[in-house]
Design a protein around this ligand. Structure first.
Ligand code: 5MM
Length: 338
C-alpha cells in the first residue's frame, strides 16, 4: 500500500462519530474474561464470542475498525466465512495485534518491555496478504516506586517506533499504544507527569525512526488518578489534564487519538471521552479504542448462551453508539436508557 492509502485508512479509522473496537485479547487474557463469567476458554467458545462481536447488526455505524488476535483472523463464522471478512462485510476495517505481550525488563526492578520484533516483518507481510488494514502494539508502564523509569520509557518507545516503521513498510497503519496503567494509588498529577514523559519519548523515537505521523493512530490512556487514589478527580479535571497532556506532546500531523479504557467502568470511560471532546476544537480526531469499555457488558449479557446472542449484540451496538456520541461531545446520561 502507498502512503496515500495508509493516510486514508488512518483517517477512516478515526472518522467522525466512529471509534475502534479492541477485541484482541490474547488467549491468557481471554481465559480470565471467560472464567469471570463462568465459561471455559476453549477455541470454539472464543470463536463464538468473536463471531457474535464482528457480526453485530449495525455495528459499522459507530465502529470503524476492529483489532483482532491472530487466532481470530484464522477462524470462520458458523456459515464458513472468515471472521475478518464478516467484519468487513459489516463495514468494519480489520486490524491485528502484532505484539507478543509485555515481559519482564532485564535490569529493571519489575518494569516491562513488550516483545515481538523478531520475525515481525514476515508476520506483517502475511497479515497484509490476508487483507488486514492496520496493526496494534501495546507497551505497558506502571506508576509508583520510581516507575516509570527513563529506562523503561525509552526501551518501550524505541520498540513502539521500530514496530510502527515496520508496519508502515508493509503498508499497514500502526496503532501506537503506550499505556500508562491506572493500577495503584497515585494522583492525577502523577499520571499527568508519567503520561507526558512517555508521550514525549514516543514521538521522539517515532521521528528518529522515520515513522510518517499522518499514517498512524495514537492509542494512549486518558490521564486519570490511580484506582486506589483516595482523592478521585472530577470528570472535568480528568478531561483538562488529558487534553493538556496531549496538546503538549502529540503533533497535529497525527490524524487521530483513540483512547484505551484501561479498567475504567464502561459509563465512566464514555463520560470522560465526552468531556474531553467538549474541550474542543482539538487538533486531532479524538475517539475511543475500548476493549473492556465496550465488551465487558456484552460478555456479561452473552455468558455463552445461544439464546442471548441477539441481546448481547444489542448491548454492544448500544454501547458503541453511546461512545460514538461521546467522541463528538454529544453524549447525555439519558441516552443510556434509550
Ligand atoms: C483487549 O485487550 C488488549 C490486551 O490484550 P492482552 O493484554 O491480552 O495482550 C489491549 O491491548 C487493549 O487493546 C487495550 O488495552 C484497550 O483495552 P481496554 O480494555 O484497556 O480498553
Amino acid at each position: 500500500m502507498f502512503s496515500d492509502d495508509m493516510r486514508l485508512i488512518a483517517r477512516e479509522m478515526v472518522a467522525p462519530g466512529k471509534g475502534i473496537l479492541a477485541a484482541d485479547e490474547s488467549t491468557g487474557t481471554m481465559e480470565k474474561r471467560l472464567h469471570a463469567v463462568g465459561l471455559d476458554s476453549t477455541e470454539e467458545v472464543r470463536r463464538q464470542y468473536r463471531e457474535l462481536i464482528v457480526s453485530t447488526p449495525g455495528l459499522g455505524e459507530s465502529i470503524s475498525g476492529v483489532i483482532l488476535f491472530d487466532e481470530t483472523v484464522r477462524q470462520e463464522s458458523s456459515a464458513g466465512v472468515p471472521l475478518r471478512k464478516v467484519a468487513e462485510e459489516n463495514g468494519i476495517l480489520p486490524g491485528i495485534k502484532v505484539d507478543k505481550g509485555a515481559k519482564p525488563l532485564a535490569g529493571s526492578d519489575g518494569e516491562k518491555i513488550t516483545e515481538g520484533l523478531d520475525g515481525l516483518r514476515d508476520r506483517l507481510t502475511e497479515y497484509a496478504g490476508m487483507g488486514m488494514k492496520f496493526t496494534k502494539w501495546r507497551a505497558v508502564l506502571d506508576i509508583g516506586n520510581g516507575h516509570p523509569s527513563d529506562y523503561a520509557i525509552h526501551v518501550n518507545a524505541h520498540a513502539l517506533a521500530r514496530y510502527a516503521a515496520l508496519s508502515q513498510e508493509a503498508g499497514l497503519v500502526p496503532m501506537v499504544e503506550p499505556e500508562v496503567l491506572m493500577d495503584g494509588d497515585h494522583s492525577l498529577e502523577d499520571a499527568e507527569t508519567a503520561t507526558t514523559r512517555t508521550l514525549r519519548e514516543v514521538f521522539e523515537q517515532l521521528a528518529k525512526q522515520g515513522v510518517e505521523l499522518e499514517s498512524m493512530v495514537l492509542k494512549p490512556n486518558m490521564v486519570v488518578a490511580g484506582k486506589e487514589c483516595p482523592r478521585q478527580p472530577e470528570t472535568e479535571q480528568v478531561a483538562e489534564a488529558t487534553v493538556r497532556t496531549l496538546r503538549r506532546t502529540v503533533p497535529s500531523a497525527v490524524p487521530g487519538i483513540a483512547f484505551l479504557s484501561g479498567g475504567q467502568g464502561d459509563e465512566e470511560a464514555t463520560v470522560n471521552l465526552n468531556a474531553i471532546n467538549q474541550l474542543g476544537p482539538l487538533p486531532w480526531q479524538v475517539t475511543f479504542s475500548f476493549g473492556r469499555g465496550l465488551l465487558a457488558p456484552t460478555l456479561q449479557e452473552w455468558v455463552g448462551r445461544a439464546e442471548n446472542v441477539d441481546s448481547a449484540q444489542r448491548v454492544l451496538a448500544h454501547r458503541a453508539r453511546l461512545n460514538g456520541a461521546a467522541r463528538q461531545g454529544r453524549y447525555d446520561a439519558e441516552l443510556e436508557h434509550v
